[in-house]
Design a protein around this ligand. Structure first.
Ligand code: ARG
Length: 492
């Protein structure tokens, strides 16, 4: 197909000689866009069905093409056919294979279509599938975190700012923070899935067609909300790719922050958690090692996924309307971003369930950092002291405790009163870190009743996402393919 002896099957007419093999090798996208074959076949079925309904194709040709495309899709799904060959891209592979199988009618399926609108339609279907898979994986990880949080509502630990011990929280409170960030990622992916449901088919190369087509019908057959309002935008738009890449990059950023904590927490210095055997990896040289390599790689892969997003936006930013070959570069970046995010989420869920938390080490870290100094200031505020003055006095109490090698809660009342004359007798009890965490009942706080609410709300949001996922319908044309109804007169 590529030597000078043969003309190109898809566009050879105006060329006297074949394409140089080096140019073919450089420009062909089949090695990576082959995974779009099932999606392209679904989009092609919708296109041909529309051509049948509008009378653009005669019944006999359209029926043969629908049957041929459907058989090819079935063979692909069953692994009976491999997407490989001398073709320039997956779209060329489908057309060539179809023509080899059914002959003349296969040469009619490209009526009122270009690879420019074709590739967009297939990629949108792929994005929708990827968003669904990512949401499912988000739910897996969030579920694991919430289960651990449920058991640790009263496992007290320091919360950090500047990576310095700051105020007491619970392990549940900490994990809920990560869970809510991931739930927002899941909801973002849901929105991207829904927005990707706009059909470019009928836009042709860029300027539509003079055939009397029905792009609304094609869109409906794909389960999309409708066609684009403008045919140039239809072939030029890659917002759905950019949005998916951004969602993957932000999700990875969230995972990476958690992974960094796992690296820290499983170190001897922190010791807040230990890696069980199924998630720890050893050293080829140092027999004693237990390394958090999955966590490190989640952190490491995040850089690559952010790179994918930057690569994509950089590709898009200089492109004149409408279609440019640069757009073919969208796929490897998108596939890498989505595949890496999916793999990372799945690894993270295993890792999260393979950690043995050490509440006693967390509790020990509550000592020595004067984590309840704010609570002393708040105690004084309740007794009428302006907060700035209370802050100053609590600071003096910290100095006194530090000088005596005592915790704030252990300071004798008289010493405490030297620094803070307004303290009441109940102050020392309030300065115990656990009591202080339990008293933090403000909305979203670490008190057990508040983390209980947060758990319920996180579970509700997870359930909503799960319902959405389970309610997703395959495109009507795909259902017709599966049920063998592609040629029914009334196909809804
Ligand atoms: N392989 C191309 C892509 O991925 C399909 C569209 C090609 N159109 C063209 N005129 N070369 O975007």
């Amino acid at each position: 197909m590529t030597g000078p002896e043969q003309r190109h099957p898809v566009w050879g007419g105006r060329f006297a000689a074949g394409l140089d093999p080096a140019i073919h090798a450089f420009t062909n996208s089949l090695p990576f866009d082959r995974r779009l074959a099932p999606h392209d076949l679904v989009a092609s079925l919708a296109h041909v069905r529309m051509l049948l309904e509008t009378g653009v194709l005669e019944h006999g040709d359209a029926a043969a093409a629908l049957t041929g495309l459907s058989d090819l899709l079935a063979d692909l799904e069953a692994g009976r056919v491999a997407v490989e060959g001398p073709d320039e891209d997956v779209h060329g592979w489908i057309e060539r294979t179809l023509v080899e199988r059914i002959g003349e009618p296969g040469r009619r399926v490209h009526t009122a279509r270009s690879r420019n609108d074709q590739t967009g339609a297939a990629l949108r279907l792929w994005v929708r599938q990827a968003c669904g898979e990512l949401v499912a994986a988000v739910l897996g990880l969030v579920g694991t975190w919430l289960d651990v949080a449920e058991r640790h509502r009263e496992s007290w630990m320091p919360g950090y700012t500047h990576l310095q011990r700051a105020q007491p929280v619970s392990l549940a409170h900490h994990l809920l923070a990560h869970a809510f960030a991931l739930l927002a990622d899941g909801e973002r992916l849901r929105g991207i899935h829904d927005a990707a449901g706009r059909s470019p088919l009928g836009a042709g190369a860029l300027a539509g067609t003079s055939h009397r087509i029905d792009p609304d019908r094609t869109a409906a057959l794909l389960g999309f909300v409708g066609p684009y309002p403008n045919t140039q935008l239809a072939v030029a738009d890659r917002d759905y790719v950019a949005e998916t890449s951004f969602a993957a990059a932000l999700l990875m950023t969230h995972l990476s922050r958690w992974a960094e904590e796992i690296v820290l927490w499983t170190s001897a210095e922190f010791g807040f958690a230990a890696l069980s055997d199924r998630v720890a990896q050893g050293s080829s040289l140092m027999p004693q090692k237990r390394n958090p390599e999955a966590a490190e790689l989640i952190r490491g892969k995040t850089g690559r996924v952010i790179g994918d997003l930057v690569a994509l936006l950089t590709t898009l930013k200089g492109l004149p309307l409408a279609y440019d070959s640069d757009l073919q570069e969208d796929k490897e970046a998108l596939f890498d971003a989505a595949d890496t995010a999916l793999g990372s989420l799945r690894a993270a869920a295993v890792l999260a369930s393979g950690l043995d938390y050490r509440p006693e080490r967390m509790a020990a870290a509550l000592r020595g950092g004067f984590l309840t100094a704010t609570d002393l200031a708040d105690h004084l505020v309740r007794r009428g002291v302006p907060f700035r003055a209370a802050h100053e006095r609590a600071g003096a109490a910290v100095r006194a405790a530090e000088a005596r090698g005592l915790e704030l809660a252990e300071l004798p009342l008289e010493t405490l009163r030297d620094a803070c004359p307004e303290v009441g007798r109940e102050a020392p009890a309030e300065l115990d870190p656990e009591a202080a965490a339990r008293a933090r009942r403000s909305p979203g706080g670490p008190a057990p009743e508040r983390t209980g609410e947060q758990l319920r709300s996180a579970r509700e949001r997870a359930a909503e996402l799960r319902d959405w996922l389970e309610g997703l319908e395959p495109p009507p044309i795909l259902r017709a393919h599966r049920e063998g109804h592609l040629l029914d007169r009334a196909l809804s």
